[in-house]
Design a protein around this ligand. Structure first.
Ligand SMILES: Cc1cc2nc3c(=O)[nH]c(=O)nc-3n(C[C@H](O)[C@H](O)[C@H](O)COP(=O)(O)OP(=O)(O)OC[C@H]3O[C@@H](n4cnc5c(N)ncnc54)[C@H](O)[C@@H]3O)c2cc1C
Length: 336
């Protein structure tokens, strides 16, 4: 894939960067490890009210994300979700990002909007789990088709475990849901639906804790579960534990930035890093006086966009314009 800008991180700041870049006629591709845009707002506090977004006396975390999606719609950004931006490499024409799903994106400019780092799955403490990752064990569903005809075990009591149990029961040969108790953290309506499915035998529900794996030549073949009555072995080709997410710096610590307390230092004119053509905006950057606020990230996105434009189209003169009065901007916004 070739584009103008690769944005690593589709949190509120990465999303708003699409808007500022779009006003300058630049196209963006966004990569995020989450299965949805919105970063911390969508993942950590979708229903909490935010009181310090200019112009919105009160707005919910997910509501802000939904509004941002609407605002950037005219610029048709491409989202590559469920993918970790793993490698950043210099090319003759600019930069290349490789994701852990095999995607390669080339662009003259990269914007790192990685917030508090990438959301990583919390792994259950089962011996040997890492050796079985990609060999039956996974922490997210990239393609439902991968589970067609499989004997699947899902573990967890939150919305992800419940939602995927409901979605995959018609794809997999058989689904077993494991949770340490018969009460769930997830939405009560989903919990009731899943327990109903177990009652009529559409799925199995086991109260217990995953304890050990069985494998066949390094490929998952079963899971030993500790239950109130002892131990139980369940045959499985696939195991999906949904035990929540934690934020970790992730691969960006290897991308050659001179990190300061795990943050990327930038200048305050362009928000460019020590590597020309790579910018860092939002919670991931550091400069004297930095405040980790959404509004700071929005401001940084606007200045970054103007600097990126000069790298991508060095011969084009950019005239500063207002959206209220510029027909050119209104055409880009598809309102004129
Ligand atoms: C409970 C809570 C309440 C808050 N309340 C407020 C408030 O009232 N007002 C306010 O201004 N701020 C508030 N904040 C802070 C605000 O949420 C952050 O400032 C904001 O989310 C930063 O946006 P961002 O886009 O920079 O990063 P994030 O929202 O952290 O998004 C970064 C995204 O990058 C992705 N990512 C990182 N590395 C990679 C990689 N290598 N590959 C793929 N994806 C990657 C992550 O998965 C994530 O989705 C609050 C935060 C919390 C936790």
């Amino acid at each position: 894939v070739k584009t103008d800008i690769i944005i690593i991180g589709a949190g509120p700041v990465g999303m708003f960067a699409v808007f500022e870049l779009g006003l300058l006629g630049l196209k963006a591709h966004l990569v995020d490890i989450l299965d949805k845009p919105g970063g911390q707002c969508a993942e950590l506090y979708p229903e909490k009210p935010i009181y310090d977004i200019p112009g919105f006396p009160i707005i919910g975390g997910q509501e802000l994300v939904d509004n941002l999606m609407k605002q950037i719609e005219p610029f048709e950004p491409t989202f590559h979700l469920n993918q970790m931006a793993e490698k950043v490499e210099k090319t003759e024409e600019g930069w290349r990002v490789r994701t852990d799903d095999g995607l390669i994106i080339d662009a003259p400019v990269i914007v790192v909007a990685a917030g508090g780092g990438s959301f990583m799955p919390k792994k259950p403490p089962i011996p040997g789990i890492e050796a079985l990752e990609g060999r039956g064990v996974a922490y997210s569903v990239r393609r439902m088709e991968d589970y067609r005809g499989k004997k699947l075990i899902i573990a967890g009591g939150g919305d992800s475990a419940l939602d995927w149990t409901m979605s995959l029961k018609d794809v997999a040969e058989h689904v077993t849901l494991i949770h340490r108790r018969a009460e769930f953290r997830g939405a009560p309506a989903s919990a009731a639906q899943v327990l109903g499915m177990a009652e009529v035998g559409e799925i199995d529900f086991v109260v217990g804790q995953p304890k050990a794996f069985e494998d066949d030549n390094g490929q998952l073949s079963g899971l030993i579960v500790k239950t109130a009555d002892g131990e139980k072995t369940i045959e499985a080709d696939a195991f999906l534990p949904f035990f929540g997410l934690t934020m970790k710096l992730g691969p960006l610590s290897d991308w050659g930035f001179d990190l300061k307390d795990n943050l990327i230092p930038v200048d305050t004119e362009k928000f460019q890093t020590s590597q020309p053509g790579i910018f860092a905006i939002g919670d991931i950057n550091w400069y004297p006086g930095k405040l980790k606020l959404i509004l700071s990230g929005f401001h940084e996105a606007a200045l970054m966009a103007h600097a990126a434009k000069k790298i991508i189209h060095p011969d084009e003169r950019v005239v500063f314009q207002y959206t209220t009065s510029s027909t050119k901007l209104q055409k880009l916004l598809k309102v004129a």
